[in-house]
Ligand binder design. Sequence first.
Ligand SMILES: Cc1cc2nc3c(=O)[nH]c(=O)nc-3n(C[C@H](O)[C@H](O)[C@H](O)COP(=O)(O)O)c2cc1C
Length: 393
Amino acid sequence: MLDRPLHLPCGAVLKNRIAKAAMSDDLGDGRGGPTDAQRRLYGLWADGGAALSLVGEVQIGPWAPENYGNLILEPLQNEENFRALSAAATANDTHFWAQLGHAGALAVPVSGPAKAPSALDVSGIHAVEMTAEEIEALPAAYAQAAVNARTVGFTGVEVHAAHGFLLNQFLSPLFNRRTDRWGGSPERRARLLIDIIAAVRASVGPDFPVAVKINATDQLAGGMEAPEALDLVAMIDRTEIDLIDISGGAYFPGAAPASDGTRSGPYFVDFARSARARTGKPLMTAGGFKRRAEAERALSSGAVDMVGLARPLALNPALPEIWLKKSGEDPVFPRFSSTPPGGVTAWYTERLRRLGSDGTADDAGTIEEALVQVEHRKAANAILWQEHFRTGS
Ligand SMILES: Cc1cc2nc3c(=O)[nH]c(=O)nc-3n(C[C@H](O)[C@H](O)[C@H](O)COP(=O)(O)O)c2cc1C
């Protein structure tokens, strides 16, 4: 199954069933523009044989980034660098999609407080409630970002509604306590996402891939759980979406993000099997695939149409080429003696930086070193981002 093409509803064809799942690589230039390191990194993934390469956290605007190394699609700056990135990333007939992001309450500071569906003041996270006007402006903002993505050579977009960021906050009964038309019932909490998908589709036309990433479970007490997520799948089924990318977890303090988990997977295939009964749209899961046999089984059992790999492709960008051969070997995963919160994700982020710098990453150091590196880069990029977008220079 791994080498079979996948035909998407919009008419686009993915050449096989392996996707490089979205990873926030933290390699942007600190002002939302792409760098040579990203061009090299996405070139490696294109050469490595994945059918689809998703860039994590490409911001729809500068005001609510997940990190200061994110790319920004509106305002569109450094068009030439974006085009160079797309050219490298689409080599070898690879699809290259931008994951459209807005971090909501989880945004790193830019200017003023973070905005979220409802006010929040917990574990160092402060956010104020979005006004109706601000919410009404979001579908057009996502749509403009999608148009800009297409302009600079991305071949598709994914609306990010997972992992605790803005649209996941709207979906979650824990974070969305609104009593207006965007809060209350599951349908009302999903309204913004459904409107955004419609606006994005209308803006890019019928032939451009539009995907959505959702949580099967927020893995947070009081958050969205599988039964409601299955109802959400049924609501998304009625949109013109091309692919539903299923994940889980959240980046709230104390919660469990999928990128930090070390338990064996794959994590969300059983949910995908249940989701099949609620939608005819192509399904993808990312999370915990470590062995070729697991990927093959998830596909051949009919649970999923596409397998997403994040950390395995940070370990070896050429893994798809290897797995596309029946004899394909499995990657060797690092064993960490301790895993402080965020440490595993930081270690893989550092590995991406090393891959981007010279194409090799035989060693990414220890988790502790990676955490220091990631914090150091964040502090340096914070200065650039805040200076740039505060002054609008
Ligand atoms: C360094 C790193 C950055 C990530 N950034 C994103 C992101 O920007 N958007 C997203 O949806 N998922 C992100 N993830 C999560 C992955 O897409 C994936 O869901 C998760 O790592 C589980 O898959 P895996 O077991 O194949 O790594 C990230 C993961 C890692 C390791």
